[in-house]
Design a binder for this molecule. Structure first.
Ligand code: SF4
Length: 117
């Protein structure tokens, strides 16, 4: 099991997967799972939100909708929707939420600000 295989499992779950379920599904121990998840987080391929499952604290992991492209090749108008090589998480998002509390949007805006500075 490597990080790519783990990512595939996460991608199969449209609503995300709890980390304490992920390591069982992947057939690995929780420590190895944490290491692989950290790599996926570092590469910005997944998002992580605190969650509680059966009274235990864990994380809900979701795969980012990856779009691979060269920013320079895009229509200049689209560049305003991109930060750190990623489209705004709101593009194509169907979740219901209050933007003020959306972790994905907050992170994306932080990337946008980091790029500008
Ligand atoms: S604010 Fe968050 S949940 Fe709402 S549309 Fe954007 S990414 Fe989706």
């Amino acid at each position: 099991m490597d990080e790519n295989s783990l990512l595939e499992i996460i991608q199969e779950r449209e609503d995300g997967i709890l980390q304490n379920e992920l390591w069982r599904v992947a057939g690995i121990d929780s420590r190895k799972c944490s290491r692989l998840v950290k790599r996926l987080l570092d590469k910005n391929l997944v998002t992580r939100e605190a969650a509680v499952s059966r009274g235990s604290r864990t994380y809900l992991l979701r795969a980012r909708k990856g779009v691979s492209f060269e920013v320079e090749s895009l229509n200049p108008d689209l560049k305003y929707l991109i930060a750190n090589g990623e489209f705004s998480p709101c593009v194509g998002c169907r979740r219901e939420c209050e933007p003020k509390y959306c972790e994905d949007l907050t992170e994306w805006i932080a990337n946008l600000l980091a790029e500008e500075s």
